[in-house]
Write a protein that binds this ligand. Structure first.
Ligand SMILES: [Fe+2]
Length: 404
């Protein structure tokens, strides 16, 4: 399904777009089965028993394997407009179905504190929300009328958050505050509609004051060339396998391994910081093993542990970092981030023989001689050459510390 020129213009101006009656009745019933199937089997966060009053049930698609639920993620009515609105190839960064029983409350406010209930989901510590080019595809499975709980949006609010350069390779977002945006209005969504919403658009989901469930699905897609600064969360292998052969491209980050290690590229003017390894070789500074990660905020937690470790071990203060790639490490995964130190602050506090700053040629020479792991050299190569739109990633503590 292609969007009309007018639909594209409406989205650009307003930061959201509603496509009415985008799905057949049979498709909606299939989604009903998928959502209720996961919830009634206890296959959702915390294993909550259904039904309980005033309760929010969340089913994260990345942990599911039911095609009834997951195949909406590759439905052309969703993915064609998504790729058109994002301006290129897209992939899924989050897949969430939710259900609120009667009496369940609405969404909470913005983490920077400027609004009690409305918010913007661009967040440097959130695995989907830290991409600089992403959007929601929202599929309500009940009419979101006033009683059931409307979805409110602030038209044009996506334009009030600004992408600003931090360095020549990485950008940050100056997030709009509640006082900057137009009043929130009812998007008037009905069962079977499809709403696309820009990742910077302010919105609010009202509580359920009806006598029936309020439920639906929201998907988050990002442009493939706009990786989340914080790093992606992985879809489990069984979720990946539920997608069709052609649909698997929407799930590039998948696997059952856990994060065991994290390393950081520190780039100062094309020179990279290495630290002495155990066997007279060199490696990127990092943390191993990672301690148990908080499931809900795995990616921000990896950054938090890497931050703390670099501070403790080497006295390095890293204000932000941006995701580069994941590599296998034994049974686990090693995640590599990069930080571009334009001021040379880290160079000034890394004296002595355990540190070494190397230019690109030296990096390749060390890798060729077996003195640097090929994965470290590969990560540096990706950081230097990949044409990505990169944003900053932060731990939750760090992001909230600097919140206004
Ligand atoms: Fe939200």
């Amino acid at each position: 399904m292609n969007l009309t020129l007018e639909q594209g213009q409406f989205y650009d101006e307003n930061g959201y777009l509603v496509v009415k009656e985008a799905f057949t009745d049979a498709e909606l019933k299939r989604l009903d089965r998928g959502v209720y199937g996961a919830i009634t089997s206890g296959n959702c966060g915390g294993g909550k028993v259904y039904p309980a009053p005033k309760t929010l049930y969340i089913v994260e698609g990345q942990y599911q394997d039911d095609p009834d639920l997951l195949l909406i993620g590759e439905h052309p009515a969703v993915t064609d407009p998504v790729e058109s609105l994002l301006g290129g190839y897209a992939c899924l960064s989050a897949f969430v179905s939710y259900l609120k029983t009667p009496g369940a409350v609405g969404t909470s406010g913005d983490y920077q504190g400027s609004h009690p209930t409305g918010h913007c989901d661009y967040k440097t510590y959130q695995q989907a929300g830290s991409s600089l080019n992403w959007l929601f595809a929202i599929i309500p499975l009940t009419d979101l009328d006033e009683e059931t709980g409307s979805l409110l949006v602030s038209p044009g609010s996506h334009r009030e958050s600004k992408i600003m350069p931090v360095t020549d390779k990485v950008n940050e977002v100056h997030r709009a505050q509640a006082s900057d945006i137009a009043p929130l209005i009812d998007a008037e969504l009905k069962r079977g509609d499809l709403c696309f919403m820009h990742g910077f658009t302010w919105h609010e989901g009202k509580g359920n004051s009806s006598d029936h469930d309020r439920y639906g699905i929201y998907l988050k897609y990002r442009a493939v060339n706009a990786p989340p600064g914080c790093g992606p969360q992985l879809f489990r292998e069984r979720a990946f396998l539920a997608f069709s052969e052609t649909g698997k491209r929407f799930v590039p980050h998948h696997g059952d391994r856990s994060f065991a290690e994290a390393r950081l590229i520190v780039d100062h003017g094309g020179n990279f910081l290495l630290v002495e390894g155990d066997t007279r070789d060199w490696k990127l500074p990092g943390v191993f093993p990672l301690e148990k990660l908080v499931k809900e905020s795995v990616t921000a937690d990896v950054i938090g542990q890497l931050d703390t470790s670099l501070q403790k071990k080497y006295g390095l203060e890293i204000p932000w970092m941006t995701y580069i790639a994941d590599y296998r490490n034994g049974d686990g995964l090693r995640r590599v981030y990069a930080y571009q130190d334009s001021e040379g602050t880290t160079a000034a506090c890394t004296p002595g023989p355990v540190f070494r700053w190397c230019g690109g040629e030296e990096i390749w020479a060390l890798a060729d001689n077996g003195k640097l792991e090929s994965e470290d050299a590969d990560a540096i190569h990706r950081w230097e050459t990949e044409a990505c739109v990169r944003g900053v990633g932060q731990s939750m503590e760090c992001a909230k510390k600097f919140a206004q």
